[in-house]
Design a protein around this ligand. Structure first.
Ligand SMILES: *[C@@H]1O[C@H](CO)[C@@H](O)[C@H](O)[C@H]1NC(C)=O
Ligand SMILES: *[C@@H]1O[C@H](CO)[C@@H](O)[C@H](O)[C@H]1NC(C)=O
Ligand SMILES: *[C@@H]1O[C@H](CO)[C@@H](O)[C@H](O)[C@H]1NC(C)=O
Length: 324
């Protein structure tokens, strides 16, 4: 397939192959200049989690009363305090339908309180069903970690009241959303195709909020074959070799722009064209590891949405239902 993306993709693969890129100064300021601006109607499932005016994490709407976010972003300290964001359940708000990272007055947005925080405790990365969870945790010392944070990188929030679907607020169109098993097999097919023909891809898109412009930005990313991703992490830190990323439900994407996603973008969804006859775009994974905004050519790691479906089923005791 020849697409307009072929040139950047080939450049990107050449860079990945040599892994000898000069490290440039990449940070969230620079990223704000590089990302494309976008609007909420194109990505109405993007939301943000806020505690007392502080941005906690990007989040992705999955059901009328449920959003998924980054567990590691919840595990950051509230500024100038000894407490962690996950301990501020009653001050936590989920803002949807907004183009601003932090918004003072509600315009098109719906702001919801948080009824429950579910934090996954995944104890065996080789068995995605081997997890328990903590409800409204007060400490995370007993939670299983992997190389770069909480092993179950995603966390779920149950909202105090349902979101109303509109052109600004709508759940993420997960790939093949029926059961976790259906999603898993579809994602496996999607990945097998890209592992075999990495150049045969149209870029996927990750939408999140810029820390410096406060607005929604779109980043084009390409799927990185798993072996190349493992090698990049092994070179980045020899302690990762053979251990990270290891789990089958983790996948890697790399920005086609100069900078990649940053830690506060974790919780945002990656939206890709599927390989069905209709080639519609669907969400395949949630950003869960973003170490250094792409410095040293390190890809970001995403958790497949099948894991979100498994976690949701465990806590809500039902399968995900498609939106409007
Ligand atoms: C971020 O990168 C820009 C551009 O390279 C640089 O001017 C700025 O000083 C950097 N900021 C930080 C906090 O490192
Ligand atoms: C996480 O799982 C481990 C192993 O099963 C268990 O020892 C630990 O208590 C669990 N932590 C929580 C908070 O459930
Ligand atoms: C077409 O796309 C929709 C998602 O928009 C999907 O649910 C459906 O299964 C696709 N149809 C085929 C034939 O793949």
């Amino acid at each position: 397939m020849v697409t307009s993306s072929s040139v950047p993709l080939m450049m990107f693969l050449a860079v990945t192959a040599t892994l000898s890129i000069v490290e440039c100064s990449r940070n969230e300021t620079y990223r704000a200049i590089v990302g494309h601006l976008t609007d909420i109607k194109s990505y109405p499932w993007l939301c943000s989690v806020i505690v007392s005016g502080n941005f906690v994490s990007a989040c992705t709407i999955i059901q009328p009363t449920w959003v998924v976010l980054s567990a590691d972003n919840l595990n950051r300290k509230f500024p100038n305090s000894e407490k962690y964001f996950f301990q501020y359940q009653f001050d936590m708000r989920v803002v949807s339908g907004s183009v601003r990272r932090i918004q003072k007055e509600a315009i098109a947005s719906q702001v919801k309180t948080v009824l429950r925080i579910y934090l996954g405790n995944l104890t065996n990365v080789l068995n995605p069903n081997d997890f328990s969870y903590a409800l409204n945790p007060q400490s995370l010392t007993n939670i299983a970690y992997d190389g770069y944070g909480i092993a179950m990188g995603v966390s779920l929030l149950e909202l105090g009241s349902p979101l109303k679907w509109s052109i600004y607020v709508s759940p993420a169109p997960f790939i093949n959303m029926k059961t976790a098993e259906n999603m898993e097999s579809k994602i496996r097919t999607f990945r097998e195709h890209l592992e075999e023909k990495p150049l045969d891809q149209t870029p996927c898109v990750v939408v999140s909020f810029s820390k410096f412009t406060n607005s929604m930005v779109e980043t084009e990313v390409a799927y990185v074959p798993i072996q190349a991703c493992k090698e990049a992490y092994c070179i980045h830190d020899p302690a990762n070799c053979l251990v990270y990323p290891k789990a089958e439900y983790l996948m890697c994407f790399k920005s086609l722009q100069f900078v990649d996603l940053c830690p506060s973008d974790r919780g945002a969804a990656v939206y890709c064209e599927n390989f069905d006859s209709n080639k519609s775009k669907q969400v395949v994974a949630i950003l869960t590891t973003a170490i250094n905004c792409g410095a040293k050519n390190l890809p970001c790691v995403y958790t497949s949405v099948e894991m979100v479906a498994r976690f949701f089923k465990r806590v809500a005791r039902r399968d995900l239902e498609p939106g409007p």
